[in-house]
Design a protein around this ligand. Structure first.
Ligand code: ADP
Length: 638
């Protein structure tokens, strides 16, 4: 075995304890180690992170990882740290001082993995700061975000190519779980790959059984599904209210169910997830906020009671079933009104231009940011509060922000939970004098210094409840004291938050003189509509195998019918499968030769498309030959 291969195997064994790479992982890693820009497409749960973490370790120095999801970033950083690998995340939830400290550590070469949110790259200063770091590999997670027409475009991703100029010999590894053919080409062009280099694993999930059912009585049907299939499952619905309603319904039928959505306080979310992961609750009813970064192998069913906006999203959500490769079901239930409401929602999710202008102004007014300033600011955002103040509808504000994000004005990040943090700003000497002078702070300061090591150098995550307990004071007084110390500049205190963050990427425009850019408006609308229509097509189609339909959406065409989805099962029931048809054709041609039309007439009870496909396959396989007079007879191979 070549040296590099040995090295990466021992890294995998040493840090992860695994003996073997999964399909494609080794090829991807070696491609990077042989200094090729590399794009890796692996389905969710396929083991993408190892594809950049192993070469990151093999190359030494710092691997810069760009990732748009704070929760996922924090997760990965924690996992690496648990393995004794030094990893740091710079997210939009951090203030400039925290960033400064993290970057200083990285500059000293103390950081093996530096995770950053893409919008950091908008700042020229930040780009320069990272140019001094000993970076040996750039990893781009969720790489489809760079594709302008993709379902999750992030303008800041376009900046990644710019930082390449600082590190001309450093290679890029881009990974994603979803990319259509256009996106694959786009990702490589935008990231300035020297040559095209893609590794892709088929997105076929052999053990997933896709089922679509028309159903007016969804609760009853859901109940039967859960009773029949059994085991652990996820139920996706569109809004928060429904998560609670359906979980209550299931509990009332003796099926233990929890619910999950982005409005649940972060402290409770972890517990809800954990109960489900440990099978204390059988089912979790959730909005699409659930699932990212969750790696539960034994999910037996994923039921969609509402349809998602795109097949990309459907594929990701359904794909959370059967990670253990045992059979699992991906079931979508839809009723008469569903497809219409999907289209109606779509109309709402594209606010008109006036509404977008109004929302733009409301945001800047709310934070009292004057024109020509604001760039780089990161603020907690409470959408409901802004709506109350400016009389806006929340769905309009949210979708206007989504649009403004696509035009590069700002970026919205779903609030991952950030604990409270404290950094002591005074030097050791000064803090001593301060304590002596202000006795009523003495206990608090002493407790901080004693309980949180390194608090002079780095922000320490603190827990106000613990501190209050230790200084034997009520919690609200403790918080007030921390705030007072912050105001006086003794410490920097950042209270915990789980609110989403809004990062302003440009200075405020004066809309009297400048028009907002609507460059992408028309195309975005068109592309989103096309994605939505694909979902509707998926549920309404009755003749094409579901798995094949999904795969063809991701431009994979070389596949047989899965044999398990509702379409295949129906066909099989009716005897409409290819094998059965091949037999019938063979019998007919054993009697005499027929023209194509004659044969089609004999087999008229079979779907015509299937007949034509089967004959064409038999011709390819030389089972059937075309005679000079265009009639068909049996071939020699049998
Ligand atoms: P993704 O980012 O593609 O969703 P992850 O990188 O989180 O997936 O990996 C999913 C799970 O598979 C993780 O628990 C990971 O440790 C595991 N895994 C990855 N590669 C291997 C491997 N070669 N052998 C065994 N388990 C692996």
């Amino acid at each position: 075995m070549e040296q590099k291969e040995q090295d990466i195997h021992s890294i995998l064994k040493k840090y992860w304890g695994y003996d073997k790479f999964r399909p494609q992982q080794k090829e991807i890693i070696l491609s990077i180690l042989h200094a090729h820009d590399t794009l890796a497409l692996l389905p969710t749960g396929g083991g993408k992170s190892i594809c950049f973490q192993v070469p990151g370790l093999a190359l030494g120095g710092t691997c810069l990882v760009i990732s748009p999801l704070i929760a996922l970033m924090n997760d990965q950083v924690q996992n690496l740290r648990n393995k004794g690998i030094s990893a740091v995340a710079i997210t939009s939830a951090m203030n400039y001082r925290e960033i400064e400290i993290a970057l200083n550590n990285a500059a000293l070469g103390h950081v093996q993995f530096l995770y950053i949110s893409p919008e950091r790259l908008e700042s020229e200063k930040f780009r320069q700061q990272i140019s001094y770091l000993p970076i040996t590999l750039i990893a781009v997670d969720e790489a489809h975000c760079i594709s302008q027409w993709g379902y999750d475009f992030r303008p800041s991703y376009l900046r990644i190519a710019e930082i390449r100029t600082y590190f001309p010999s450093v290679k890029i590894i881009a990974v994603t779980a979803s990319a259509t053919r256009d996106a694959i080409a786009d990702i490589q062009t935008q990231l300035q790959f020297t040559h095209q280099n893609v590794f892709r694993q088929s997105f076929e999930r052999k053990n997933l059984r896709y089922v679509v059912q028309y159903e007016e009585n969804k609760p009853e049907r859901l109940l039967r599904i859960i009773q029949n299939i059994g085991g652990s499952g996820v139920v996706y619905v569109r809004n928060r209210r429904k998560t609670e309603e359906f979980s209550r319904f299931l509990n009332s039928k003796n099926i233990s169910a929890g619910f999950y959505h982005a409005g649940i306080p972060s402290q409770d979310r972890a517990g809800i997830q954990q109960d489900w992961i440990n099978n204390k609750t059988q089912v979790i009813v959730a909005t699409n906020a659930f699932g990212m970064g969750i790696d539960k192998p034994d999910v037996r069913f994923v039921v969609h009671l509402d349809l998602p906006d795109s097949l990309e999203a459907y594929f990701q959500e359904a794909g959370r079933g059967g990670r253990d490769l045992k059979p699992a079901y991906a079931i979508a239930l839809y009723s008469k009104t569903d497809t219409q409401s999907l289209r109606d929602n779509f109309a709402e999710s594209f606010p008109d231009k006036d509404t977008i202008r109004q929302c733009y102004q409301a945001i800047y007014n709310y934070y009292q940011i004057p024109v020509e300033s604001g760039e780089g600011l990161s603020v907690n955002v409470d959408l409901a509060e802004i709506c109350r103040n400016y009389n806006l509808k929340q769905i309009s504000l949210y979708n206007s922000i989504k649009f403004l994000e696509k035009e590069g004005y700002l970026a919205l990040f779903d609030g991952g939970f950030e604990p409270s943090k404290v950094l002591v700003l005074y030097g050791k000497e000064d803090i001593y004098h301060f304590q002596v002078k202000f006795k009523n702070y003495e206990l608090l300061i002493k407790t901080l210094l004693r309980s949180y090591g390194g608090i002079f150098e780095q922000y320490a995550p603190v827990n106000e409840k613990d501190i209050a307990f230790r200084i034997k004071a009520p919690i609200d007084l403790t918080i007030k004291q921390l705030q007072a110390l912050d105001t006086q500049g003794v410490i920097s205190y950042i209270p915990q938050t789980s609110l989403p963050k809004l990062v302003l990427l440009q200075n405020r425009l004066n809309l009297k003189w400048n028009e907002l850019s609507f460059k992408h408006y028309a195309t975005l609308k068109e592309k989103s509509l096309a994605r939505l229509e694909s979902v509707i097509h998926y549920v309404e189609e009755k003749n094409i195998c579901r798995s094949r339909l999904l795969l063809s959406y991701f431009n994979e065409t070389e596949f047989q019918d899965c044999g398990y989805c509702d379409v295949c099962v129906e066909k099989n029931k009716a005897g409409f499968n290819e094998d059965n048809l091949k037999q019938k054709i063979t019998w007919a041609l054993e009697q005499r030769s027929f023209t194509l039309d004659e044969l089609a007439a004999i087999l008229s009870k079979y779907p015509q498309k299937l007949v034509l496909e089967t004959i064409s396959t038999m011709i390819d396989e030389d089972l059937v030959v075309i005679n000079e007079n265009k009639s068909l007879s049996l071939g020699n191979v049998r």
